[in-house]
Design a protein around this ligand. Structure first.
Ligand SMILES: [Zn+2]
Length: 346
């Protein structure tokens, strides 16, 4: 599985101040593994990607993730990025075929979506106009944000809990001629020292994590003073469909009923999704970040291509009303999605 790109990732990691994700002690890099000098925990390197996970992702165990990653890595040279995405989903029996097609389309739109986020961030903070910023994306998935971010910032790092997704992301980066170091780790246990990043971005990831409060406190820890966390996440009480399973009304059920309802109607395991409401998000963020700003994101124009006429009409109404203060309060409670910016100030 070791390829030229594996060597390249290891080279990109040299000079990064990594630490033990568990005890934050110093780590020693050997070619095939990392070793913590303090707690003595060892972390393997697979296909040039260090595996700093404390626990695996909710969908595949370590062994199955390695197998899937290996399959993707072996086939990656045969395909372009789009074909590799389709290949990936065709080998994902746990996902129903209609959802796979939607996921491919969403992944292909990720770069355009990222451009919008980067513009929003530049408007929020003058610091983020400078190129010399350390940027971390938590849950980089297929790497769409990384490809866009590395055009703006000189130091970008991508992490994900699924090794298989990092192999897919590497294909996207390779195709666009961009170099970004990739690390496999948990959002709850980041292998970076305190205060290293100017910007941490986590888009559509928080709702999949095991310990949401720990994700927020770890993001805060790795940020510099004045550093910014950008978070995008769907609203639990959205009046539109649940965006992962395309089903109405999931969020309004008691949490213990959600999985049974989704499984019955869509045949999808919903146990590992935890969407938060406006008040739940405030409760999570306000004790950590001194400055928290919620905004209602615009729907990206590129997304409209996938929408029916009825849905496009709904978007045009949402676009007009979200700027009116009365409706803004309404959409904060039951709009589809949030963009949240938290700033660290000591
Ligand atoms: Zn350690």
């Amino acid at each position: 599985m070791v390829t030229i790109f594996a060597e390249e990732n290891l080279k990109l990691l040299e000079g990064l101040p990594l630490c033990c994700p568990q005890c934050k002690g110093s780590i020693l890099q050997k070619k095939e593994r990392f070793l913590c000098n303090v707690c003595k925990r060892q972390f393997p390197v697979i296909a040039g990607i260090p595996d700093f996970r404390i626990f695996g992702d909710p969908y595949l165990n370590f062994e199955d993730d390695y197998k899937r990653a290996q399959l993707i890595a072996e086939n990656a040279p045969k395909f372009n990025f789009q074909e590799l995405l389709k290949f990936y989903w065709s080998h994902s029996p746990e996902t129903p075929p209609p959802l796979r097609e939607k996921f491919v389309r969403t992944a292909l739109l990720a770069e355009a979506k990222a451009e919008g986020i980067l513009k929003e961030l530049a408007l929020f903070s003058e610091d983020l106009i400078k190129i010399d910023q350390n940027v971390l994306e938590i849950g980089c998935g297929t790497g769409g944000f990384l490809v866009s971010a590395v055009k703006t910032y000189s130091h970008v790092i991508g992490i994900d809990i699924a090794l298989r997704w990092l192999i897919v992301a590497r294909k996207r980066l390779e195709e666009s001629g961009k170099k970004v170091p990739l690390i496999c780790c948990c959002a709850e246990y980041l292998p970076f020292p305190d205060g290293f990043f100017n910007l941490v971005v986590t888009a559509a990831t928080l709702e999949h994590t095991r310990d949401q409060s720990r994700v927020i406190s770890e993001s805060y820890r790795v940020l510099q003073d004045r550093g910014i966390l950008f978070l995008s996440t769907p609203n639990r009480y959205s009046l539109t469909v649940e965006p992962h399973v395309y089903l109405w009304g999931v969020g309004f059920l008691p949490r213990s009923w959600m999985h049974r309802y989704v499984y019955l109607l869509k045949g999808v395991n919903y146990k590992n999704y935890r969407l938060l409401s406006y008040f739940e998000l405030k409760k999570l963020l306000n004790p950590v970040f001194s400055k928290v700003k919620f905004s209602l994101p615009d729907v990206d124009n590129t997304m409209l291509i996938n929408f029916s006429r009825w849905k496009r009409f709904q978007v045009s109404v949402y676009r007009k009303l979200r700027k009116v203060s009365l409706f803004r309060a309404f959409f904060l409670l039951c709009g589809p999605m949030y963009h949240i910016i938290g700033q660290k100030t000591s």
